[in-house]
Ligand binder design. Sequence first.
Ligand SMILES: *Cc1c(COP(=O)(O)O)cnc(C)c1O
Length: 482
Amino acid sequence: MKYQSTRGHEVPQSFSEILLGGLAPDGGLYLPVQYPQVTADELEAWRKLSYADLAFEILSKFCDDIPAEDLRALTRKTYTAEVYCNARAGDNTADITPLRTLGEEGGTKLQLLGLSNGPTLAFKDMAMQLLGNMFEYALGRAGLELNILGATSGDTGSAAEYAMRGKRGIRVFMLSPHRKMSAFQTAQMFSLQDPNIFNLAVEGVFDDCQDIVKAVSNDLEYKARQRIGTVNSINWARVVAQVVYYFKGWLLATTGPGQKVSFCVPSGNFGNVCAGHIARMMGLPIDKLVVATNENDVLDEFFRSGAYRVRKSAETYHTSSPSMDISKASNFERFIFDLIGQDGGKLAALFRDVDEKGGFDLSGTPEYERIRGEFGFVSGRSTHDDRVATIRDMSARYGITIDTHTADGIKVAREHLSAGVPMVVLETALPAKFADTIREALGHEPERPAAFEGIEKLPQRFEVMANDASQVKAFIAGHTGL
Ligand SMILES: *Cc1c(COP(=O)(O)O)cnc(C)c1O
């Protein structure tokens, strides 16, 4: 399996060559030269597999340069009931991603696929935990070290820290805005005592943290000497790890070959639903891929109108589903590449327009027609009032508390039900992470998985830093010894 850049200039690379990297050198994103295909017989044979072994079967089609026994050991080490232990009472934790039927609506089953039972209670753990083990394995084989530098306003940073804690050859330097995260999120990250995890609380806002990461990364000499890397959502291994739960969801929602299932995905950077698109391209019988956005509706606007118009930071709203507050969907380029027939030159021109003119418009083109037809994409948006109403309705109707992002998914999924086609909504976080909105909707605190009781009282380990890239650089150099 070889990988190409969406912008077309790169010589094909192997999985191991792109694992530790981010963007391709030409500024594009990596995709396989061809999507591996899965037959109906193969799918039926996979019904009896554990999640870890299903992950092995799917990943081995993409990473054929990792010896099979090593890859199997990596998936079995990652996908265990001990790591994904935060499921609700009554869910089958052995499934890792349990499927729960909420009820019958619009002549079909409305179902919830639980992706947030990992250590940080959000779906990012599904891919990040595997990435941690793959990084440790790949660095060990190459005899290299990696220092991961990131900025977080909450979710991604904690998923990265829980995935990399205690891993040989890896350190994490995570910047967050000092005193700006929720008490729960702060406790989740700062209570980690592992010596390879460094929490740097910057006196500034999230954008300042991101600017520092950019400034450090732009110092190429420093970046190379300190072996600085990232774990952002464009990392191919993260996307491919997410492909697995679309297969698992389909297997849990169906009983025989060829049955169609639709998925609804609360979306921000388009990483999650991009994995659904890839599963569909591999031959998984997916009917619709429903993209749900919040008030930051760049993606909904595109799927409705064909116009992709990125927003400026000042036009990006802070909402009660904060992990979907994006102005520019970083994985979107992967879908557009397939949509325009994998033409790297044409793709590069479109994304030059994004940089220079703020977007592009495919309305009225044959490509736009293919979005719904051949590719099965539809979309919708949800607001704070929709979230609150949906959380209340789910609690009253089905006795389940859902988080704000998942509420956006349910709201939009209900606009796209077709009789006889199960609608599987991806649960991207547990409600314990977003207590304020749950209190507003239901008048009480969300339930907390047992492991998180009293987490705010644990000792915290962090460094306060001035909003100054040179201080951050000095801190990193002082702790890597490089
Ligand atoms: C990251 C995140 C999303 C958005 O996922 P993308 O892959 O960026 O589209 C949605 N919900 C939650 C809870 C998240 O953490």
